[in-house]
Design a protein around this ligand. Structure first.
Ligand code: FMN
Length: 228
């Protein structure tokens, strides 16, 4: 018999199939398509991106369409919807810094998402302390537990969106958040994720489970089918 739906279903086990509604995306406006997709891919980490304009003005703005891309070479990507100061600065200077956002930085991060003129220094506007970078001109956010110094590798236009891939030159990681194996310990770093417009979450629970190895498979099959 299928396990009951809801909280008493054993964790990690398939639940009974849900009833569902089919949504054909060609029938949706672009606003509704964005609403749907951005509420499906959640929570999204927030890249708080610092850049510098041709005239030397520093800019800071959150981008939650953000992900690692490859490890060799080490790259990350973010997406700009339309032409914004961040994208313009990256295209002109070829450089950006991705800073992490913790719960204590949420309000400042939101202030930097305001649409400001390109010549407004958003570090100053949001009273965010900056720290010089090692290899690139844009500064990092002094308080952020992680800052990734990046050089523009390539861009890809998809409709109104521009996907930006950056080569990660250097990472600055707060000592208390880094483990011996170069992993970030999220228990020490309450990072903010976006779950929708005006809605955020903080990683509070970490579940430690390793991936099955080939030798584990027989035991796993036995557990899910029961003894025969
Ligand atoms: C949490 C959060 C995440 C956001 N993610 C994105 C994103 O992924 N791409 C984007 O184009 N705009 C995103 N925005 C909106 C930009 O931050 C906003 O348009 C900002 O004004 C851009 O600043 P800029 O013109 O200085 O680059 C996000 C806003 C918030 C609050």
């Amino acid at each position: 018999m299928s396990p009951p739906r809801g909280s008493d279903a054993p964790p990690g086990r398939p639940r009974a199939r849900r009833s569902s509604r089919r949504i054909d995306l060609s029938t949706l406006s672009s606003e509704n398509a964005e609403r749907l997709l951005s509420s499906v891919v959640v929570p999204r980490p927030i890249a708080w991106i610092s850049t510098i304009s041709r005239s030397g003005c520093t800019n800071l703005a959150p981008h939650s369409y953000f992900s690692p891309v490859s490890s060799d070479p080490p790259t990350v990507m973010f997406v700009s919807t339309g032409m914004k100061d961040t994208l313009r600065n990256v295209l002109e200077s070829g450089e950006f810094v991705v800073n992490s956002v913790e719960d204590s930085q949420l309000e400042m991060m939101l202030i930097t998402s305001a649409e400001l003129p390109g010549d407004e220094d958003e570090f100053a506007w949001a009273e965010v302390e900056r720290t010089p970078s090692w290899y690139v001109r844009p500064p990092g956010v002094a308080d952020s537990a992680v800052s990734l110094e990046c050089r523009l590798l390539r861009t890809l236009r998809v409709g109104e969106a521009t996907l930006v891939v950056g080569l990660v030159i250097c990472a600055h990681v707060a000592s208390e958040a880094i483990q011996a194996s170069e992993r970030i310990d999220l228990r020490e770093l309450p990072v903010v994720g976006r779950v929708g417009p005006g809605a955020f979450t903080v990683v509070k629970q970490v579940i430690d489970r390793r991936r099955p190895r080939p030798g584990d498979l027989a035991a796993l099959r036995y557990e899910s089918d029961g003894p025969t």
